[in-house]
Design a protein around this ligand. Structure first.
Ligand code: MLC
Ligand code: AMP
Length: 496
């Protein structure tokens, strides 16, 4: 049932001259951000009443334009489709066609001949924010709770990434529940260096901060030295990152001379919150960070389809190796392989979730949407136990999902791309444990004609994002298979 009008973002205008975003030397106030959002709304609508769930894609790095687009597209009744600025033309083509995009906004500098070809083939118009028509913004912009708001692509066990559709209500619920649970303040100041095509960067950092009236320091990429300099100056009150980034920060801090090290670690110590998530935080990392900075990570567990589901407490005991309890409004149970509820805390089971923050559907993919739910419970594919009241994630049900540096990767998608190489006849991809990246992509190949590893890597980098390209390679005459002819992937681990 469609509910009545639903409000999307708190008034930016009312926050006036407070700083919303900082991009190197430049900063913009909430007032200025509000004007940019209004221009986006008016330009996209161009006198129409609503975008009616038009999927408006954009390819902007962390920038004022990005922020105006993600808020403005939704306010205008569209579905924001933020894409990765590091994606290959093939990957972008997949996203644009699955989501049925007709307009792609991007700065001129990101236009490439390969992308021009893709857009011509798909009938997608490319334009920059500045090129949006000058128009009047309608005074009323009624939205419905169930209306689509955001599409984020996520890898699954069935090949190419799926388009996860969040609604105005689910995105709003994701934001407000985190603001409440983690005590966001309008005086908060947070750096944003995570990619802006995933919920961690988009929702947990950018939208939570802007919704609450806090300030966001934008970084086009993660640069340990630059971040540490700002931390040493005491700029930030909150820090959110994936475990790999904390590993990189520790390595960087260790290279600094003693006084500088102290300034940086004290900068972290003074913050009110350091959050780790998107992948398991190993206990030794938790302890090393606490030893260096006195900060006990708040580790939480989330997923593109759900936003955040489990969290250690903001106030209370945060246990290393555990992801805490369900966030307010989140119902969690654990099920066995036949879908039966598991009642014994110590027996491992797959997490199944019901939440206001849950997605609506995979765009244009009824089969996958239906398969993702059992009796209204979303099946996460993650296996967990409950240990003295706190959840502990043991791993994933499928070997074909890899988490590297916080990115979720599909082994099958990487295999399918590598199989397109004319010299490759068989390939199997797995994730292998790695101290820095959590897991690294490793692949075993059978070639029917010799080709060097270097040229395969170069070939792969033209077709997939750099973080998907295998980092470990093993060439063999045959892949190990079971009686049914299926590759026995666990046995490949010994090769790496
Ligand atoms: C970069 N590389 C990776 C990689 N990231 N390889 C494997 N896995 C990754 N995640 C490659 C680069 O292409 C480069 O290759 C080499 O590693 C070294 O690059 P770098 O410069 O040292 O790394 P950097 O570019 O700084 O990237 C590291 C990173 C990045 C950690 C900043 O991976 C990142 O932003 N991760 C966060 C992903 C994220 O936000 N996930 C949230 C999903 S939402 P070469 O060959 O060029 O040297 C979600 C829900 C939830 O999970 O719960 O939050
Ligand atoms: P994504 O689809 O990119 O949103 O990734 C979601 C997946 O990341 C989850 O299904 C988990 O496998 C993993 N994940 C996120 N947070 C944690 C965590 N704190 N511990 C372990 N795994 C996590």
């Amino acid at each position: 049932m469609m509910t009545e009008s639903f409000s999307w973002f708190p008034s930016l205008e009312e926050r006036g001259s407070a700083t919303a975003l900082i991009d190197r030397e430049q900063s913009i106030s909430y007032d200025a951000l509000n004007q940019s959002v209004d221009r986006v709304i008016a330009g996209l609508l161009n006198a129409a009443d609503s975008l009616d769930e038009e999927r408006v894609a954009f390819l902007y790095p962390a920038s004022f334009d990005y922020a105006a687009l993600i808020i403005g597209v939704v306010a205008a009744g569209g579905i924001a489709v933020p894409l990765s600025v590091h994606a290959s033309a093939d990957e972008l083509s997949h996203c644009l066609s699955v989501a049925g995009v007709k307009r792609l906004l991007l700065p001129d500098a990101l236009r490439t001949p390969a992308l021009d070809t893709v857009c011509d083939q798909l009938g997608v118009a490319q334009l920059s924010v500045e090129a949006l028509p000058d128009a009047d913004r309608p005074s009323a912009l009624p939205l419905k709770a169930e209306q689509g708001a955001l599409i984020v692509f996520t890898s699954g066990t069935t090949g190419k990434p799926k388009a996860v559709v969040h609604t105005v209500e689910s995105v709003s619920a994701m934001i407000t529940s985190l603001i409440e649970a983690w005590g966001w303040l309008e005086t908060d100041h947070i750096p944003l260096f995570l990619p802006l095509h995933h919920v961690h960067g988009i929702v947990n950092i950018l939208l939570c901060a802007l919704w609450r009236g806090a300030s966001v320091d934008l970084h086009a990429r993660f640069d340990a030295e630059r971040i540490c300099s700002n931390v040493a100056l005491g700029r930030y009150s909150v820090f959110m990152a994936v475990p790999t980034i904390y590993v990189k920060l520790i390595a960087h801090i260790k290279t600094l001379e003693h006084d500088r090290q102290t300034q940086v670690t004290q900068g972290f110590a003074r913050m009110r919150l350091n959050v780790s998530g998107s992948a398991a935080c190993p206990v030794p990392l938790f302890e090393e960070w606490e030893g260096l900075t006195s900060q006990r990570f708040l580790e939480r567990y989330g997923m593109t389809e759900l936003g955040m589901a489990l969290s250690n407490p903001y106030r209370g005991d945060r246990r290393p190796g555990h992801v805490g309890q369900p966030l307010p409004g989140v119902k969690i149970k654990r099920v066995d392989e036949s879908g039966n509820d598991i009642l014994d805390d110590a027996t491992p089971g797959e997490l199944a979730v019901k939440s206001q923050t849950a997605f609506r559907e995979y765009w244009g993919n009824v089969t996958s949407t239906d398969r993702a739910f059992a009796d209204g419970w979303f099946l996460t594919g993650d296996i967990a136990v409950i240990d003295e009241g706190a959840y502990r994630i043991l791993g994933r049900a499928s070997i074909d999902i890899i988490k590297s540096g916080g990115f979720k990767l599909s082994a099958l998608e990487i295999e399918a791309t590598l199989l397109e190489h004319p010299n490759v006849s068989e390939v199997a991809v797995i994730g292998v444990p790695d101290h820095e990246w959590g897991e690294l992509v490793a692949c075993a190949l059978v070639l029917h004609e010799q080709v060097s590893q270097e040229s395969l890597i170069e070939w792969a980098r033209e077709r997939m994002s750099a973080y998907k390209v295998p980092r470990k390679w093993h060439f063999t005459d045959a892949l190990p298979r079971n009686a049914l002819g299926k590759v026995t992937k666990p046995s490949l681990r010994s090769w790496f």
